[in-house]
Design a protein around this ligand. Structure first.
Ligand code: TRP
Length: 470
């Protein structure tokens, strides 16, 4: 009961202890959260997955998954984090003491974060390497065979792969050591607006190209023939990945939210801005790809092989290419900050470490998994599980298994254990906002709809329901 008393004492819980770092302004909250959502996903995943799965039909399913599954989970995670004022492992215990081993959800999230950082930092490394090459003008060939060879020189060279990955990881670690306000918030507040401006500039150029219409048609005209259960799983996994949910990132960032922040409004804004940036990336990419006669569905190599060849055909293409990879590097930075923050905050609070020590520990624990991803195209290319190399395995397991599973557990916890009343109280900033109906709707969704939907899609997508003919 003593705990309940504290829970109802808004001043005690909502004002973070002076020792707890957090986001200082409303715009800072928005920029940091958007910085987490916007990432390589928008530029590297959404366009190629859209391309590979038949264009706009896929986008539509992704949009549905984002609205029906992603947004409620995102809101619940942020609210849980802000209420608990803690890392994702402690959060479950703190808001519902004695409710069972729900903290295992947090543990699952930490495990997922290491897998994601491992492959994500590798792609981030390629992006930073490409920024340099684009600026120096060494990437300018209109022949995809040449740009492919350049990409393979980078990815098949163990030393280069490791070098760029660790350059990125150390940069992110340095920003994180500066703190939440002075590191994460300060950096994302500057990078996010810049990213948007650069992207809009690229779209303007791309739309003036000859066959821009074909690119737009590809992106926006639905083709439902290509949609299968597997496609739905991929779209749902993408919704989790895009909104950074299902593994504790939003719980972690939620714990830095201001007490007066309108959480549902912020989450909706982030989701819409993130979607806009994905579509803008598609608008920047596909008209150019079609104009110069390339195939849109060319897999992850779209960004690193096709695009450099495309840019090389456009006047001033070298500068446009530099802009493109710089904005992609900005996107990767904001996302990686949020990914590493999960283990860092957890180690800081559970092991009573200083921020610097927690950051160093996280980086040390990353040595093995990140090397696994970095070397998966060279030294370790023969290490395969179910036909996937380590890089693809980490990506597949995190997006299609760990994050949806984390999402289901979080939905069950919020709906059944934490409960509509306590969720509603936290969501309304203790009654200061009138969004009670929204809280009940979210709670109902999380209780019944989300778990069944996510589990069904997971099971069929993973082939577990094949006996039903699904
Ligand atoms: N949302 C980011 C992107 O689309 C990636 C990301 C950042 C992420 N933090 C995450 C994915 C947490 C899953 C979980 O690129």
């Amino acid at each position: 009961m003593g705990f309940m008393h504290t829970m109802n004492n808004t001043a005690a819980l909502q004002v973070a202890p002076a020792s707890r770092d957090g986001f200082s302004s409303r715009f800072g909250v928005l920029a940091a959260t958007l910085g987490s959502a916007v990432g390589l996903g928008n530029i590297w995943k959404v366009p190629y997955l859209t391309g590979a799965n038949g264009g706009a039909g896929f986008l539509l399913i992704y949009l549905l998954a984002t609205l029906a599954i992603g947004l409620p989970i995102m809101i619940a995670e942020i609210t849980l984090g802000r209420r608990a004022q803690s890392n994702p492992l402690t959060a479950f215990r703190r808001v519902a003491p004695g409710s069972g081993p729900w903290w295992l959800t947090g543990l699952l999230g930490i495990a997922a974060s290491f897998l994601i950082i491992a492959f994500y930092s590798e792609v981030g490394g390629w992006v930073f390497a490409y920024v340099l090459q684009a600026l120096r003008g060494t990437l300018t060939s209109t022949d995809p065979a040449v740009t492919q060879a350049a990409f393979e020189r980078l990815t098949r060279d163990p030393a280069q792969s490791l070098f760029w990955q660790w350059a990125v990881l150390l940069l992110i670690g340095a920003i994180l050591m500066a703190g939440v306000t002075k590191g994460i918030e300060a950096v994302t507040k500057r990078l996010m607006p810049l990213l948007l401006i650069l992207l809009i500039g690229l779209c303007a150029v791309s739309l003036t190209l000859d066959r821009a219409r074909e690119g737009l048609h590809f992106l926006f005209a639905p083709d439902f023939h290509r949609i299968t259960v597997g496609t739905v799983l991929v779209a749902m996994g993408l919704a989790f990945f895009k909104l950074s949910i299902g593994m504790g990132t939003m719980i972690t960032y939620g714990s830095y939210y201001r007490a007066d922040q309108n959480i549902p409004a912020t989450a909706l804004r982030v989701m819409l801005a993130d979607l806009t940036i994905s579509l803008l990336a598609g608008i920047a990419i596909f008209p150019a790809v079609f104009t110069f006669g390339f195939a849109p569905a060319s897999g992850p190599s779209l960004v690193f092989i096709t695009l450099p060849a495309v840019f090389a055909q456009i006047p001033q293409g070298q500068w446009l290419m530099s802009v493109f990879f710089i904005l992609t590097a900005f996107a990767a930075t904001g996302a990686l900050l949020s990914l590493l923050e999960v283990p860092i905050l957890t180690f800081q609070e559970l092991l009573h470490l200083k921020r610097r020590q927690a950051t160093l520990l996280t980086l040390m624990l990353l040595v093995l998994p990140s090397a696994g991803a970095a070397l998966s195209l060279s030294t370790l290319s023969s290490w395969r599980v179910a036909g996937l190399n380590l890089f693809d395995l980490f990506d597949y397991v995190s997006s299609n298994i760990l994050m949806p599973l984390g999402g289901v557990l979080l939905a069950l916890f919020t709906g059944w254990v934490w409960g509509a009343e306590r969720l509603g109280n936290a969501l309304s900033n203790q009654g200061r906002l009138s969004n009670g109906g929204l809280a009940r709707a979210i709670s109902g969704l999380l209780k019944y709809v989300t778990p069944i939907l996510v589990l069904a899609v997971m099971a069929s997508g993973l082939g577990l329901l094949s006996f039903l003919g699904a």
